[in-house]
Design a protein around this ligand. Sequence first.
Ligand SMILES: Nc1ccccc1C(=O)C[C@H](N)C(=O)O
Length: 295
Amino acid sequence: MAYSADIPGLRYASHQYGQHNLQRVGVWQHNDAPEAADSTPSYWIIFVHGGGWRDPRNTLHDFVPSIKHMLAQPDLPRSAVRGFASVDYRLSPHPQFPQDPASTPANELRQALHPQHVQDVLAALRLLDAEYGIGGNYVLIGHSVGGTLVHQVIMNNDASRAWGPAAPLPAALVSISGIHDLRGLAERHGGVYETFIADAFGPDRQVWDAASPAKFAGNFKSLWPNEPRLVILASSAEDTLIDVAELDIMEAKLVKDGITPIAIRDLRLEHDSIWEDGTQVAALAAKAVAKLRQQ
Ligand SMILES: Nc1ccccc1C(=O)C[C@H](N)C(=O)O
C-alpha cells in the first residue's frame, strides 16, 4: 500500500490548488473531536517531499510513514498537533520517465521549470491558510529538494515577492538532507547532479545562485519577522547523495543573518531511507514542536 493515504484514526482530504494533477495538498486530521482546548499552542506539521524536483516516484505520500510515527511519539502530545499536511508540486522532466507531449494531457505533463516548484509550494500554503487557517502556526519540513523549497518560502517574503503572493510564514523550518547551494553541490559531484539541477533551473548558474538558500542575497532574519524563527538542519552521515557540506553552508549563512539553527549531523540511514522509515522525521518534528512550546 505504498501510495495509500490511509492512516488509522485520521481522516484524509486531498485539495487541488491548481489545474495540474500535481498541484494538490493532502491533509490528515484526527477523526474525533479535538481534546478540550488547552492554553498551550498547537501546530500544523507540513511536509515538502524531495526527488530532485523531477522524480515522479516521490509524492505527498512520502510523509505517511513519518505521520504514523508521530502518532506514536510520546513526546509529541496530540494536543500539540492540529493536523498534518503534505504538498505535491509540479515536477520537471525525468529522463527515466519520459512523456510524449503530443499525447499526454497538460495536467499530467511534467515540464516545470524554476520558479514553478516554489510557486506551487507557496500556493499550497495559501490554500491551507484559506481552508484551515494555519496562519503562522506550522512547522514546515522539507527533505532533500524539499529543504531547498522550505527555505525559499522565507526568501520569497522580500519586497519583490518574485515567486508568488505572500503565504503565511512558518513558526519553524526543518531541512532534512536539504540542498542549500545548487552550484556548490553540482561542482562537488558533477554528473547527474548537474543534470537534474539544469533540468529544473535551466543552464544559467546565476539563476541557480539566486535560488539557493545558502547564497541568498537577502537576510533570513529580517524577512522572517515572527519569533522565534526556529530552524533545524539535519543530515545523515550514511547519506551517499547529499554531503554534510550542504548543511555546513546553510548553517553559516543563517548564523551570518542572525539566526542560530539547531544543527544535527548524526542522523542515521541513507538519503531516501530517512523518509521511507520516518522515525527520525517524526523525532525532528517532535523536537521542533517541543522547542516552540518552550518559548
Ligand atoms: N541523485 C540525487 C542526488 C541528490 C538528491 C537527489 C537525487 C536524485 O536522484 C533524486 C531523484 N531520485 C531523481 O532521480 O532525480
